[in-house]
Design a protein around this ligand. Structure first.
Ligand SMILES: [Zn+2]
Length: 215
């Protein structure tokens, strides 16, 4: 069964996730670790649990979700898995980096492009990729039905939704992603967002203030 650990990293309070199953192979999703202390927290956790990193995944490539990409790709010799459309977002982060006084962003050397409705293997577990754009141009969510787990990036938050004012953002597309993709999952689906606390599909259908606009 899928297990999950979250970390809150960098000045944007971004949620980084490590997921694994009984094979002990793990995926690192949106590594936001931005300094040596945060990098050590993540690698110490992986070492203590004796996990074998086998996947590096991005839901999308805003600056706060990719700060640790190069570190993780090099440390564990992993290819970065992302939707090809997110290269647009990745390149835009250079502009952001300059705004925040951060160094230029390299893109990891090895890339694997993933598409919607693909199944990605992690040990004995299959992760389904769902196309949930709107917050960024080609955001993906990762869904594991047996454990009712959805890693939703910044599409949906606890009683809120992702911002759509950044390049590639589009509110109508985000509403479609939430209504036609995320809200079709079972109510008990736990939603792990890119920021803030865990929520569920059922909770958001009931209490998300945007639902009125969505329906
Ligand atoms: Zn974002």
């Amino acid at each position: 069964m899928l297990q999950l650990q979250s970390f809150v990293f960098n000045d944007f309070q971004e949620n980084t996730y490590v997921i694994w199953d009984e094979s002990l192979q793990c995926a690192i999703i949106d590594p936001g670790c931005a300094n040596a202390t945060e990098q050590k927290m993540l690698t110490d956790f992986i070492a203590t649990k004796q996990l074998q990193p086998s996947l590096l995944l991005n839901t999308h490539c805003h600056i706060d979700h990719i700060l640790g990409n190069i570190f993780i790709a090099e440390k564990y010799q992993l290819a970065l898995h992302l939707h090809e459309g997110e290269l647009f977002t990745y390149k835009d982060t250079d502009r952001w980096a300059a705004m925040f006084g951060l160094p230029k962003f390299e893109i990891p050397e090895k890339l694997v492009f993933i598409e919607e409705n693909q199944e990605i293997k992690l040990g004995n577990t299959g992760l389904k990729t769902l196309f949930t754009p709107g917050h960024s141009i080609a955001s993906l969510s990762f869904y594991e039905p047996l454990s009712h787990t959805l890693i939703a990036g910044d599409a949906l938050f606890y009683e809120s939704i992702g911002r759509t004012d950044l390049p590639g953002g589009n509110q109508d597309r985000l509403f479609q992603s939430i209504k036609n993709v995320i809200f079709t999952l079972p109510d008990e689906t736990k939603v792990y967002s890119g920021h803030g606390p865990i929520t569920s599909v059922g909770h958001e259908k009931k209490f998300n203030p945007y639902v009125g606009i969505l329906s």
